[in-house]
Ligand binder design. Structure first.
Ligand code: PQ2
Ligand code: NAD
Length: 198
């Protein structure tokens, strides 16, 4: 069986600068999922034209819209770039420019030209699950996201908060805390399995 070798990280996109090149359907989809998970993400968009829908979505967050054609000067200070234009040569230019500057780049919907993939994301308070199918099936990533959204209880965040507080009440050194935390949560997986199978 082929194994997914991608390494997931949870980026603080409020501390990083993201550039989206293009302002069409794909740009709106990528922006929407980015802001859904990270409403305060720092994003710049460059496109000769923005639709009303895109402007409305951009105005929900901290998104700077630049009207014009892509130019490599826009890469200054950017950490993450997502290219979504309908002109393959422009997307390739973005890819090559980013590679030359060691900036992480994603040609949306074009797996061979992605340093990273956008994933399916489930968020319940502090708890977040990222989903990847290794680029095999975005539709499956979406369905898995919907599945976990429906089976994970809303109050799972209460548990995370509770465990955070409980940890503070344990006296002793790091090793003792680890042991007590593991002992205290021993039945958790079995309990959840029982609830799902009910
Ligand atoms: C998860 C999600 C996150 C997001 O977008 O932020 C995401 N795609 C989503 C939806 C979606 N995208 C497409 C469809 C139509 C189904 C179809 O056509 O097959 C649907 C489903 C729908 O809309 O129902 C079109 C599409 N997408 C890619 C290709 C190329 C290819 O597969 O080869 C094509 C075909 C284009 C063509 O026809 O040429 C590629 C990528 N899309 C990825 C992410 C990365 C892999 C993630 C993974 O590992 O699974 C990757 C590799 C790169 C990237 O873009 O980062 C988001 C769901 C969010 C949610 O609902 O929760
Ligand atoms: N819409 C989809 O769901 C979908 C699915 C699969 C693949 N694709 C592919 O993805 C690409 C984008 O699709 P789309 O539907 O978002 O197209 P679109 O026409 O809605 O958007 C393309 C955007 O790129 C902008 N653009 C063009 N030249 C530019 C430049 N030099 N600099 C900056 N921006 C520029 C355009 O102004 C426009 O905003 C296409 O190649 C399409 O075939 C789209």
């Amino acid at each position: 069986m082929e194994k997914n070798q991608l390494y997931p990280v949870f980026l603080k996109v409020t501390a990083l600068e993201t550039l989206i090149v293009g302002g069409g359907n794909v740009a709106l989809e990528k922006l929407s999922f980015l802001l859904k998970s990270s409403p305060d993400a720092k994003v710049t968009m460059i496109s000769p034209f923005f639709r009303e829908e895109t402007i409305a979505k951009a105005n929900e967050g901290k998104v700077k819209m630049v009207v014009g054609n892509y130019d490599s000067s826009l890469l200054e200070g950017k950490h993450i770039v997502i290219a979504t234009t309908d002109v393959p040569s422009v997307n390739m230019q973005v890819y090559n420019d980013c590679k030359a500057r060691a900036i992480l780049v994603n040609l949306a919907d074009n797996p061979p030209y992605c340093d990273f993939y956008m994933g399916g994301i489930v968020t319940k308070g502090n708890v977040k699950i990222g989903i990847s199918t290794n680029g095999k099936s975005p539709t499956m990533a979406k369905r898995l996201r919907q599945f976990f959204e429906s089976v994970l209880p809303e109050n799972i965040d209460d548990l995370a908060e509770y465990l955070n507080k409980y940890r503070d009440t344990i006296k002793g050194d790091f090793e003792e805390k680890v042991e007590r935390m593991n002992e205290f949560t021993k039945g958790l997986v079995e309990d959840v399995k029982k609830k799902i199978n009910k």
